[in-house]
Write a protein that binds this ligand. Structure first.
Ligand code: DCS
Length: 527
């Protein structure tokens, strides 16, 4: 490959922050899986398995999840509004979808999905999202507080750059560094990071194991991640004394902790927090003046009877705290849940408890990327304001939604049972989200072999698994489970999505079991 030898931009001179972070769900294992797939296309039968099963990424439709018909009908009609004037459309699309598409198209600039929109998102779609939030929580929500975004990831990154130590933020906390860092980031989780982080002295509390979007965004924005450990022995629950301990340590180390990230339901750990636990978090963040960054993208993925999703905003309002008492940013997405439309890049963040001056700055930041994509905006409004009882397509919509949710719950149980049945593996229940996170008690000889190859033991296991079975998973160390200062060192995990289609899951488990047995036979402690 030709390259410019005198170029001033080289791997040595690029922004070093870019080189520090890693994002393992799309990391080396995923790349190796793609290489194997290409190799198998060129020479069919070259591997002892028929196909690669991508359990590394929460990518529902790639693993066969069917899109919700109502969503797709509305999107198609919005993209092709001429269809709204043709007779045969009434035969092909439900009246529900036709009516909704008509309403949406009316509110789009130029009545076209191809136009830039308001940078915060189309007002009528934000109204739909706000009314969906209000119906979910039983507390009011305002369209002015909603930012439609290109998925949740972009919102998180931007938010992490604005938090002041007090509840209301002031412009004085924005520095030149903020604006410089802004240009290397994109937008919801990203928007959050841009807003909260001023310098390395600003810390953000994050769970460990963590979804690496957070560490990556914090690093890119020049802040400091303050990890708190989830308790594997307590079903990956969040213990408030552990959070307080990490917070105090960070303060003693000279950091200004500005926000606390909570992923509920959890990724990669699959726990759903109890209301009591959420109340403790709200009380703690209120007392310490921390912004709650509530990653609630798995709110529609809860599989157990005894747990229910409650938004942090609802919990705070139920305790009697309004926006003068506590700042909360909630992230949601159309990528997960029953919709699984991750390639469409739709989501929202609801920002509560920031002053008008800060909201103005956030709108300005949003305007730099002009607007979120329009398909994502439409889908987000549909997900938060779906067909209701009495609408013609309500039953069909609910049937599709429930079929997906029931099947996910079943697959979660099947996988947990399969992992738990393997020698040296333990696996907590998947209460929510879309991942199993089993712990592997690896034999000493396997750990030694990993060391000889200069990889972590869980990566060694995941690579062997992929090569032998075509099953791609993410090593637990990709969620920085072992790199935190305070974490249970020497525990090894893999993350495996529960998304494999029902008609393939038994075959996948058979491959997994056969591999695990031969792996253990090779490395089992003989003493
Ligand atoms: N927050 C959490 C906790 C997530 O798990 C994800 C995606 C996101 C935010 C970002 O979602 P969108 O940007 O698509 O809205 N999780 C990835 C993962 O761990 N595997 O696949 C997707």
């Amino acid at each position: 490959m030709s390259y410019n030898k005198t170029a001033s931009i080289t791997a040595e001179t690029i922004n070093p922050k870019v080189k520090i972070f890693d994002y393992e769900p799309c990391g080396e294992i995923a790349r190796h899986a793609e290489r194997l797939e290409q190799e198998m296309e060129k020479s069919p039968g070259s591997r002892p398995f028929p196909e690669i099963i991508y359990c590394n990424l929460g990518n529902p439709q790639a693993l066969g999840q069917r899109p919700i018909t109502f969503f797709r009908e509305v999107i198609s009609l919005c993209d092709n509004p001429a269809l709204l004037h043709r007779d045969e459309t009434r035969m092909l699309f439900s009246p529900c979808a036709i009516n909704r598409a008509r309403k949406i198209i009316e509110s789009m600039p130029g009545r076209n999905t191809g136009a830039y929109t308001n940078s915060q998102g189309i007002r009528s779609l934000r109204e739909a999202v706000a009314s969906g939030i209000a119906a979910r929580d039983g507390f009011p929500s305002r369209p002015e507080d909603i930012f439609l975004t290109d998925g949740a990831s972009s919102a998180v990154r931007t938010t992490l750059r604005l938090t002041a130590p007090s509840h209301h933020m002031h412009l004085t906390y924005l520095t030149m560094l903020n604006w410089a860092a802004f240009f290397i980031s994109s937008f919801q989780i990203n928007l959050s990071m841009q807003i909260l982080i001023r310098s390395q002295e600003d810390g953000i509390l994050c769970p460990l194991p963590e979804y690496p979007l957070y560490s990556a965004s914090i690093i890119l924005h020049g802040g400091t991640m303050v990890p708190y450990n989830l308790s594997e022995d307590g079903d990956w629950g969040l213990e408030i004394f552990e959070v307080k301990r990490c917070f105090e340590e960070a303060r003693i180390a000279g950091l200004t902790v500005r926000a606390m990230v909570i992923i509920n339901p959890g990724n990669p750990t699959g726990q759903v927090l109890s209301v009591t636990n959420q109340e403790e978090i709200v009380e703690f963040c209120r007392k310490e003046g921390l912004v709650i960054l509530a990653d609630e993208v798995y709110q529609d993925n809860v599989y157990v009877e005894d747990r229910k999703f409650n938004s942090f905003k609802k919990v705070a309002r139920s305790l009697g705290y309004d926006e003068n008492d506590i700042s909360i940013v909630s992230f949601h997405s159309v990528s997960m849940g029953y919709s699984g439309e991750c390639g469409r890049r739709g989501g929202y963040m609801e920002i509560c408890g920031f002053g008008d001056d800060v909201m103005g700055e956030i709108r300005k930041v949003a305007s730099v990327t002009l607007c979120p994509n329009t398909n994502g905006q439409i889908l987000t409004s549909l997900a938060m304001d779906p067909p209701k009882l009495g609408d013609g397509c309500f039953e069909a919509f609910m049937a599709e939604k429930e079929e997906i949710s029931t099947s996910l719950a079943k697959r979660a149980k099947t996988l947990v049972n399969a992992f738990s049945s393997l020698e040296g593996m333990t696996c907590n229940k998947v209460e929510g989200a879309i991942y199993a996170f089993p712990r592997i008690h690896l034999p000493a000889a396997a750990i030694k072999a990993a060391k000889a190859e200069d990889v972590s033991p869980d990566t060694f296991y995941a690579c062997r698994l992929l090569d032998a079975t075509g099953i791609a998973v993410v090593p637990g160390s990709g969620f920085h489970q072992i790199s935190g200062r305070n974490t249970a060192t020497g525990t090894w995990h893999i993350r495996c999505t529960i998304l494999v289609a029902e008609d393939k899951i038994e075959a996948m488990i058979a491959r997994l079991k056969a591999f695990h047995e031969s792996f253990m036979n090779e490395f089992r402690d003989r003493s």
